[in-house]
Design a protein around this ligand. Structure first.
Ligand SMILES: [Fe+2]
Length: 341
C-alpha cells in the first residue's frame, strides 16, 4: 500500500493538528461549515484564494496537496467514502480523465457561465478552468531573430535542423498540445508536423525549466514551453536570454491549457463546493489565482499580471480544451509513430 504524505493545512488547525502521513480519514468528516479540497497544486498557489473565500463567507477550506496521480488514485479508491468535495489539478487532459473515471459531477451555474468561456470547461461543468497556461514558442534572444519564427508547424522547417529542444511526449503538456493540433489540423497533418519537429530535434527534456536553461546556455535555440517557467527564471535573472514568441497569430492562435477544479462525485458539501469554485472564477479571486504562478486569468474580464504584459498580448487558441482529453490516446500513438520519445 502506497503511503500518502498529505500536507494537512487549514488556517485554524495548522498549529494544533499533527502531520498525518497515513490516512486522511483519521480527520473525520468535514464539519458543516467546511469544504474539503484535494489539490495537485501546491499550498502557496491555492492558500491565498482559500483564505479570501473564508474571510468572505465564513466557510473554512480544508485541503490536502499531493501529486496528481496520487489524488486521482485516492479518489478512485475512496469512492463514495471520500471526504473530498473538490478536486483541483492542472491540464485539461487530467481533468477530462477524472471526469471519464466518474470522479466528478456536473452542476448548473449562471456565475460560471458568465465568468468562464465555454471552451475552458466541461459542457456540464464537471470541471472548470480557473487559470490559463499558455505554451508558446520560446527562443534565444542571442541567436534567433523573431522574424524567423511564425507557427508551431514551421518549427519543422529545415532552418531549425539540430536547433530545437522539446519536452518529452510522455508529459501531459505535450500530449495536450498534440491532441488539440489533431482536433484542428487532423491526424495526418499533425503527424507531418511532429515528424518535422523530430527531424530538427536537438534534445528531449523532462522539464520545461531545464529546457529553457538549455536554450539560454546555447544547447538549442528554440523550444515550446509554458510561460510561467520563463517568468520564474526571468524574475530570478532579468537578463535571462530567452523570450516568448506568440505563434499562429494569423491562424488558430497560441496553444493554451488550464488548471481547474471539479466537484467530486460524492461531495458531502456540494453547495459549498460550487460556491468555492464560483468564487475562484470571480474577478476578486482570478488575479490571486493566476498571479500565484504567473498564469493568465481564465475569466476574460480580468487583466493579467503586469509582468506578463511585457511579452505583449496574444491571440489564444479557442479550441475546446476537452480535446486534450478526448484525443490524448490518439496523440500518444501519433508521437510513438513519429518517433517522439
Ligand atoms: Fe507545469
Amino acid at each position: 500500500m502506497r503511503s500518502f504524505a498529505f500536507r494537512i493545512v487549514t488556517a485554524l488547525t495548522l498549529a494544533t493538528t499533527p502531520l498525518l502521513t497515513h490516512s486522511i480519514t483519521a480527520l473525520g468528516a468535514p464539519k458543516p461549515r467546511e469544504v474539503l479540497v484535494y489539490s495537485a497544486r501546491i499550498e502557496k498557489l491555492i492558500k491565498p484564494m482559500f483564505d479570501a473565500f473564508t474571510e468572505k463567507t465564513g466557510i473554512e477550506v480544508k485541503y490536502f496537496t499531493a501529486k496528481e496521480a496520487e489524488l486521482f488514485e485516492r479518489l478512485k479508491a475512496e469512492g463514495s467514502h471520500t471526504p473530498a468535495d473538490i478536486f483541483i489539478t492542472v491540464d485539461a487532459g487530467n481533468l477530462w480523465l477524472a471526469e471519464q473515471a466518474g470522479l466528478l459531477q456536473g452542476f448548473d451555474s449562471p456565475v460560471i457561465t458568465k465568468n468562464i468561456p465555454a471552451h475552458l470547461r466541461a459542457k456540464d461543468n464537471a470541471w472548470v478552468g480557473l487559470s490559463v497556461r499558455a505554451r508558446p514558442i520560446m527562443y534565444s534572444t542571442e541567436r534567433v531573430t523573431p522574424s524567423a519564427l511564425s507557427t508551431y508547424e514551421a518549427l519543422g522547417a529545415p532552418r531549425w535542423r539540430g536547433r530545437l529542444c522539446l519536452r518529452t511526449s510522455r508529459k501531459v503538456y505535450t500530449q495536450s498540445l498534440v491532441a488539440t493540433m489533431i482536433k484542428t489540423l487532423g491526424e495526418q497533418r499533425t503527424e507531418e508536423v511532429v515528424r518535422g519537429w523530430i527531424a530538427n530535434m536537438r534534445r528531449i527534456f523532462n522539464s520545461d525549466t531545464q529546457m529553457l536553461k538549455a536554450v539560454a546556455a546555447g544547447q538549442c535555440d528554440v523550444t515550446i514551453a509554458n510561460t510561467y517557467y520563463l517568468a520564474r527564471l526571468t524574475v530570478k535573472d532579468p537578463g535571462f536570454p530567452v523570450t516568448v514568441f506568440w505563434p499562429n497569430q494569423n491562424g488558430r492562435g497560441v496553444h493554451v491549457n488550464i488548471s481547474g477544479a471539479g466537484v467530486t462525485k460524492h461531495a458531502k458539501h456540494r453547495t459549498k463546493a460550487i460556491q468555492l469554485i464560483e468564487f475562484l472564477s470571480s474577478a476578486e479571486a482570478q488575479n490571486l489565482y493566476a498571479d500565484a504562478n504567473y498564469e493568465y486569468p481564465a475569466n476574460p474580464a480580468v487583466k493579467p499580471n503586469t509582468l506578463l504584459l511585457d511579452w505583449g498580448e496574444f491571440k489564444a487558441d479557442t479550441v475546446d480544451v476537452a480535446a486534450a482529453g478526448a484525443l490524448q490516446v490518439a496523440a500518444v500513438k501519433l508521437c510513438d509513430r513519429a518517433g517522439y520519445k
